[in-house]
Design a protein. Structure first.
Length: 256
C-alpha cells in the first residue's frame, strides 16, 4: 500500500512519524513539498518517505491520500486534483465537510474525515473518524485509539474539543512560569509540571468508566489546597469560559 500526504505541517509530520514507527505494513509514503523543511527532515529520517514533485503525483501514485492542508488551501487545490474511484481519501481538514469534499473531488471515492493530534507520533491518543470504516479504524488503532462516529453533525462536537490542545499546553506553561518566577529552574519546573499532568491524565484514563465528577470530589479534602483552587477557579468563571470557548468553536464548525 502506498500512502500519500498532501500537506506537510505538524499533524502530517506527526502521523507519518507514528506510521513509520508502527507495525503498519506499507510500501512507500509520498509527501508534498509544501513545507520543504519538514518534508526533507521526514525523508532523511525514514527510508520509505519520498518527496513528490507536485500534488497530482501523490494522487497518481498512492492508494490512500491524506489531506493535511488548511481549509483555504484545500478549497483551492482539491478541485484541480484528478482522483481515481478506487482510492481512499482521509481528510484532516476540520472545516470542510464530507459533502464539500465529495463535490470538490468529483469522483466516487471513499472519503473519511479524521482528526489526529500530535501525540499520534508516539502512537497515543484518540482519533475520531467519520463515517466508520473498518480499514481506517484498523489503521488508526495501530497509531492510537480510533473513535468511530456515524453522524457528521455529532462528530463536530469531538472536533471542537480537539481545539483544547493549545489551551492545555498554555496551562502547563502558566504553571511552569509561576514556578520559575519563584526561583525554580525552568527545566526542573517543566519536568515537574508535565510529569504531574501525565500522571493525572493516566489516572483519569484508568478511571474513565466512572463519572468524572467523582475524580473531582475524591481529589479534594475539606479546606484542603485542591478544594480552595477549584472553588476559586469556579468563582472566577474559569470553567464557564472554557465551555464558552467550546461553544464558539462548535458554532464555527456548524457553519460548514
Amino acid at each position: 500500500m502506498r500512502l500519500g500526504f498532501i500537506g506537510t505541517g505538524k499533524i502530517a509530520s506527526s502521523v507519518i512519524t507514528g506510521i513509520c514507527n508502527s507495525k503498519i505494513s506499507f510500501k512507500k509514503i509520498l509527501v508534498s513539498a509544501r513545507n520543504r523543511n519538514i518534508a526533507q527532515k521526514l525523508k532523511r529520517k525514514f527510508r520509505k518517505v519520498s518527496i513528490a514533485k507536485n500534488n497530482q503525483e501523490i494522487v497518481n501514485a498512492c492508494n490512500w491520500v491524506f489531506l493535511a492542508v488548511t481549509p483555504k488551501v484545500g478549497k483551492k487545490i482539491i478541485p484541480n486534483l484528478k482522483f481515481r474511484s478506487n482510492q481512499k481519501v482521509i481528510s484532516f481538514i476540520a472545516t470542510i465537510s464530507l459533502a464539500q469534499l465529495k463535490k470538490a473531488i468529483g469522483k466516487k471515492v471513499k472519503i473519511i474525515r479524521a482528526i489526529p493530534l500530535p501525540p499520534i507520533s508516539i502512537r497515543k491518543g484518540p482519533v475520531p473518524i467519520c463515517p466508520p470504516d473498518k480499514q481506517v479504524k484498523s489503521f488508526f488503532n495501530k497509531l492510537g485509539t480510533t473513535v468511530e462516529i456515524k453522524n457528521e453533525k455529532s462528530s463536530k462536537n469531538f472536533w471542537a474539543t480537539s481545539g483544547m490542545m493549545a489551551p492545555f499546553y498554555e496551562l502547563l506553561k502558566v504553571l511552569s512560569d509561576w514556578l520559575v518566577k519563584r526561583g525554580i529552574k525552568r527545566n526542573e519546573a517543566q519536568k515537574y509540571i508535565t510529569s504531574l499532568f501525565v500522571s493525572l491524565s493516566e489516572d483519569s484514563a484508568m478511571n474513565s468508566k466512572k463519572d468524572l465528577k467523582y475524580l473531582v470530589k475524591d481529589s479534594q479534602t475539606p479546606r484542603g489546597l485542591n478544594e480552595q483552587a477549584v472553588k476559586q477557579l469556579r468563582k472566577a468563571g474559569f470553567y464557564r469560559s472554557l465551555e464558552k470557548s467550546l461553544n464558539s468553536i462548535l458554532k464555527r464548525l456548524n457553519k460548514v
